[in-house]
Design a protein around this ligand. Structure first.
Ligand SMILES: NC(=O)c1ccc[n+]([C@@H]2O[C@H](COP(=O)([O-])OP(=O)(O)OC[C@H]3O[C@@H](n4cnc5c(N)ncnc54)[C@H](O)[C@@H]3O)[C@@H](O)[C@H]2O)c1
Ligand SMILES: O=C(O)C[C@H](O)C(=O)O
Ligand SMILES: [Mn+2]
Length: 577
């Protein structure tokens, strides 16, 4: 099997990798995985029939980066910057990833949250060039044929969304493809996954947005979303065909709304190694951050009383992670549940009202609130904070501004150093602005947010704002699963990712809640290594080469396989005289 229909990656006598293309001339310049642009050497130009098609001067990768970075810096609008970088990715992937790697913290908010949210919304209007795989109600009946058209033969990790709950901006129809593309760009830039091993996928089952369907430029199928049996018939067909085409691939489910997220995860997690980023990745990243905040406070997680605001994929995933963390500190499940309070749009979850199955574990016995002072049927956010003496407030509601000053002061009534994480994305959905929380609490609150925020200056002191985003977990979790060839992504592997992030932060940044995003690559390598070790411990790893390796050897194994943005030399199959 070759890596792609259009080329293969081989090793020479000395073990050095090179590209063997099956196409030549201008076709090569049109494929972003093969194109080097002006960096093709004179020898390569001759051998590949590129002479005359490129300017005479051969440019180095460094010079190409410089040329593009200069243009990039002249663009003022973030969405235009996103479009510029995406165009570069669609022209020349090595150059794109080399540039991204050099400017990780600067470009992350452009390629990923929050600007990717705008790219999702505008997808059909800013569209330029195809990328990834579009499964839809138009091709699901010939899905094997459609998948056979994908030129990549060795996909190891796919990110798929049905676009029903993109970030906090809801149903986005076909536009969700931009999220799958964005997540995979991080997998390559920070997670070590080769771009030829990655496949972004949009599962276009329709949209319930009339404005999209009525937009003449809209690129998705024009009907309401499939639901119920029809939806799962679509998903079953897709998953079966995907496993036939890519039997070695791991799947990351992304931005499925609460009505499908839990069901899809459970339905397929033993069919193919897979995880839901919003449930599991978010749970892990939040647990790591709350543990770090506790360390800064000089307290234990079990000293806290935790409120999770929002009970969808993110909220329930976070509540479960808190439960796991509390039990690791020695609490029984019942004791741990006593410290966790989950609210949805109707208020505190109470077991005497009907609710979706995935919420039920966190619902409280109504007897608990008998002596609470409450005005409506169920305690609201403010009432729960006061009555339950909350010390940790976690926002996964997508409700901007819901952590107002009275809410934050209510938490402060129970602790001098409240832990407050408005985790909803993009920036416009954040439950609060970190600067406000710090001002309201005279800098005492321990704050992290889902979207990036500039450091806050208050009374001469500078507070960096950690980014509590699953980007600190999914690249390492996914790449570790790929490298270990794990049969499944177990709950213990996800939890291991959380403690790895926590350990990394404790060691390298003891004063911070999360590391700076410039260290995403280091974090991801460490997470991948410990996820591999955990998969081995549980007997899930199928990679023979890992047998008997200790932690140091596993780390070396990961580092060696970490994809680097460097041009490989070309050696055409038919040698030229
Ligand atoms: N920081 C991160 O890494 C991260 C990860 C996942 C999700 N999130 C954020 O969490 C938010 C929700 O995403 P999701 O995937 O859980 O979506 P979802 O559709 O699965 O769930 C949304 C939930 O929001 C809650 N909600 C809605 N209105 C509310 C209200 N008025 N009061 C209280 N709760 C209300 C409901 O409980 C609902 O279930 C989004 O803004 C998303 O960006 C952040
Ligand atoms: O995409 C992000 O920035 C994080 C998370 O997956 C989300 O849905 O908000
Ligand atoms: Mn998401």
């Amino acid at each position: 099997m070759t890596v792609s229909r259009y080329y293969d990656v081989k090793r020479d006598e000395r073990g050095k990798r090179y590209l063997e293309p099956f196409i030549e001339g201008s076709l090569l310049l049109g494929l972003p995985l093969l194109n080097k642009g002006t960096a093709f050497t004179h020898e390569e130009r001759k051998a590949l029939k590129l002479e005359g098609l490129l300017p005479p001067h051969v440019t180095s990768l460094e010079e190409q980066k410089e040329r593009n970075y200069r243009r990039y810096r002249l663009i003022e609008n973030d969405l235009e910057k996103h479009i510029f970088l995406r165009n570069l990715q669609d022209r020349n992937e090595v150059l794109f990833f080399a540039l991204f790697a050099d400017h990780m913290s600067e470009m992350l908010p452009i390629l990923y949250t929050p600007t990717v949210g705008e790219a999702v919304k505008q997808f059909s209007h800013i569209y330029r060039y195809p990328r990834g795989f579009a499964a839809s109600t138009d091709n699901i009946h010939d899905i094997d044929q459609a998948l056979a058209n994908v030129p990549l033969n060795d996909v190891r990790l796919a990110v798929a969304t049905d676009s029903s709950a993109i970030l906090g901006i809801g149903d986005q129809g076909f536009g969700g493809m931009a999220i799958s593309i964005g997540k995979l760009a991080i997998y390559t830039a920070a997670g070590g996954l080769g771009p030829d091993k990655a496949l972004p996928i949009e599962l276009d089952v329709g949209t319930n947005r009339a404005d999209l369907i009525n937009d003449p430029l809209y690129l998705g199928v024009r009907h309401r979303r499939l639901s119920g049996e029809e939806y799962y018939a679509f998903m079953d067909r897709f998953v079966e065909a995907f496993c036939r085409r890519y039997p070695n691939a791991v799947m990351q489910w992304e931005d499925f709304g609460k009505d499908t997220a839990f069901a899809v995860l459970e339905r397929y997690r033993k069919v193919l190694p897979s995880f839901n980023d919003d449930i599991q990745g978010t749970g892990a990243v939040t647990l790591a951050g709350v543990l770090s905040a506790c360390r800064i406070k000089g307290e234990q997680l079990s000293d806290q009383r935790i409120l999770v605001y929002g009970a969808g994929a993110g909220g329930v995933g976070v509540a479960q992670a808190m439960l796991d963390g509390l039990m690791r500190e020695g609490l029984s499940e019942a004791q741990a549940l006593d410290r966790i309070f989950v609210l949805d749009s109707k208020g505190l979850l109470l077991s005497n009202r009907s609710m979706e199955a995935y919420k039920q574990k966190f619902a409280k016995d109504p007897a608990l609130i008998q002596n609470w002072r409450v005005e409506g049927d169920a305690p609201n956010l403010y009432e729960t904070i006061l009555n339950a003496q909350i010390t940790v407030l976690l926002g996964l509601s997508g409700q901007p501004g819901s952590f107002s000053e009275p809410i934050v002061q209510a938490v402060r009534a129970h602790t001098d150093r409240p832990i407050i994480f408005p985790l909803s994305n993009p920036t416009s959905s954040s439950e609060a602005i970190p600067e406000d929380i710090l001002r309201w609490t005279n800098g005492k609150a321990l704050v992290a947010a889902g979207s990036p925020f500039e450091p806050v200056e208050l009374d001469g002191q500078v507070y960096p704002i950690g980014q509590g985003n699953n980007a600190f977990v999914f690249p390492g979790l996914g790449f570790g699963t790929v490298l270990s060839k794990a049969r499944e992504v177990s709950d213990a592997m996800v939890l291991e990712a959380a403690y790895t992030l926590y350990d990394y932060t404790s060691k390298h940044h003891p004063e911070r809640i999360y590391p700076p995003t410039s260290e995403l690559r280091e974090v991801s390598q460490f997470v991948a290594s410990r996820v591999i070790r955990q998969a081995m411990k549980e007997g899930l790893a199928r990679e023979e080469r890992l047998k008997g390796l200790g932690m140091e050897a596993i780390q070396a194994y990961v580092a060696e396989r970490f994809w680097q943005p460097r041009y490989l030399p070309y050696k055409p199959a038919v040698s030229n005289p």
